[in-house]
Design a protein around this ligand. Structure first.
Ligand SMILES: [Zn+2]
Length: 519
């Protein structure tokens, strides 16, 4: 999961802050590690709508197509586990990360592409060039005079993804800092240019999470003459600091770091006392070629393409086995079973099925935006639906179905995913779509949907009542961290969601679902 509203021109623009992106910005703003109250879902359906499968005319209502049932029942959880362990070994052997542009990513892409070719898929490598970011040495952040607390780079603060290097000593300006802000709150300031009118130039500016992209805040800070930005997140504790992405390094001139609440409190005191603070980070950016792996079934109607995918890259700080080995290895297993069913003379897809393993999602959905941006209008129109699977194995999980408040065209896909879970007697809740590689598709008006098992928010009472698990504990305590290893996966939770993903894929690929939005 990441933050990624990007026009195909690779230049983020705040004009796109429609409802579709709000979920994304909310998600970004709320991204903490230690458990925070799950953001209150707005306008999301809470109960199963009166459901009838959106069947195409002539199809038998109420009965799922044979391909849906066969594909669901063919899913082998042990095969997904085996692939996850394989992916983990590839990642560990390549330096512990599959970040875009690293050897780990390239090795994983080869593994997936080779596996799909061996299954008879037509594989395309969709090349992109994207920046490989690194924080070359742990940063420095200390309150110079009188000597205040010393903070550890990597543990108490980290450079934001794509932030330039910087070494500044200056006084701090705390922009509407609330020392009592609760974990999960996104009540900070900085999104609007008017927030900055009172900020004197030449300061290190302290902010807290707000309802927009971190990039917008940094650009506003630059325009106000700030020399650095520190975003302190109420939920973040030492050792659990993440890196919000700044989407695009172009035009960024000042260092930006993410930090714990403790760092925020100390800097707020420094601001009040007028103390000098020294902040230094050194980062590097190297543009690297990499590829999203796209593969088509040999058969199926090419004018109706059912697409499913997830991102194959991880963050730079960890192996990303739940985020997003769980989703990609589920897609690989569905591809494997689809091929096996056809080879065995079982039900095969009437429509073409295309699987996608995206590059550079953690940077800002670079792979999926570029893929769709480069498709001709005719080819984009052939995509009947897109299913996204990003994080399906959270150890204190939930089962969430993507919902788009302003995309009627996606409602039939949402209904199918809900039917898949209802059919298995599994509880579910809704989640604002547009937080992952589904966004470019939903924005293009292609019916989109997906499943999600939860990231770094604290499980609340409603969720415990619905899904069990531990109250107050993080849904995924290792989100975007080095501990996102196989040990951070709940294989049974993953298997249930993989079966639902397979049933929905089979239903769509049978051509028996009506994707016409309800009148
Ligand atoms: Zn993800």
């Amino acid at each position: 999961m990441t933050d990624a509203r990007r026009p195909p021109s690779h230049r983020p623009s705040s004009r796109r802050r429609g409802p579709l992106g709000v979920g994304l910005a909310l998600l970004l703003a709320a991204c903490g590690t230690t458990p925070t109250a799950s953001p209150s879902p707005t306008a999301l359906p809470t109960a199963a709508p009166s459901f009838s499968p959106p069947v195409a005319s002539g199809a038998s209502p109420g009965l799922a197509p044979p391909l849906a049932i066969a594909l669901r029942d063919a899913i082998d959880p042990a095969a997904i586990v085996e692939d996850l362990r394989r992916l983990e070994a590839i990642t560990v052997d390549s330096g512990g990360t599959r970040a875009a542009g690293t050897p780990g990513y390239d090795a994983a892409a080869s593994f997936v592409a080779d596996t799909l070719r061996s299954l008879g898929y037509e594989v395309t490598l969709d090349e992109i060039v994207a920046p490989l970011f690194a924080e070359t040495v742990p940063g420095t952040l200390d309150i110079a005079s009188p000597r205040g607390p010393i903070f550890e780079g990597g543990d108490d603060f980290r450079a934001m993804l794509l932030s330039p290097s910087g070494d500044v000593t200056a006084q701090v300006f705390a922009l509407d800092f609330d020392p009592a802000a609760p974990p999960g709150s996104v009540t900070g300031s900085g999104c609007d240019a008017t927030d900055w009118t009172a900020v004197p130039p030449g300061r290190i500016v302290l902010v807290q999470p707000d309802h927009c992209l971190m990039r917008d805040v940094v650009v506003n800070a630059q325009q106000s003459g700030a020399v650095a930005v520190v975003r302190s997140t109420p939920a973040w504790e030492s050792g659990h600091v993440l890196r919000p992405t700044l989407l695009d390094p172009t035009g960024l001139t000042i260092p930006a770091v993410g930090a714990t609440h403790q760092v925020g409190l100390a800097l707020n005191d420094a601001a009040e006392e007028g103390y000098e603070v020294h902040l230094a980070i050194s980062t590097s950016l190297v543009n690297r070629p990499m590829a999203s792996v796209i593969a088509d079934t040999p058969g199926g109607d090419p004018d109706h393409v059912v697409m499913l995918g997830g991102h194959l890259d991880s963050v730079i700080d960890g192996p990303g086995i739940n985020d997003n080995g769980s989703g990609t290895m589920t897609v690989l297993e569905i591809a494997r079973r689809l091929a096996a069913l056809s080879d065995a003379g079982g039900p095969s897809p009437a429509w073409k099925v295309r699987v996608a393993f995206w590059a550079a999602e953690e940077l800002g959905l670079w792979g999926s935006f570029r893929y769709l941006g480069n498709l001709s209008a005719a080819d984009a129109a052939r995509i009947a639906a897109y299913l996204n699977f990003d994080m399906l194995g959270s150890i204190n999980g939930v089962r969430e179905v993507y919902h788009y408040a302003d995309s009627a065209s996606s409602a039939p896909v949402e209904q199918l995913l809900i039917a898949a879970l209802d059919g298995e007697g599994l509880t579910w809740s809704s989640f604002g779509g547009g937080s992952s590689d589904d966004l470019p598709f939903a924005q293009a008006g292609i019916p989109a949907g997906g499943l999600f098992s939860g990231h770094n928010t604290a499980k609340n009472e409603d969720q415990v009542a619905e899904f069990g698990g531990t109250l107050g504990a993080s849904l995924d305590p290792c989100y975007h961290l080095a501990c996102d290893t196989f040990a951070n996966i709940d294989p049974e939770w993953l298997a249930d969601l993989a079966r639902a993903a397979a049933w929905t894929t089979g239903y769509l690929a049978s051509g028996e679902a009506s994707l016409a939005p309800a009148p």
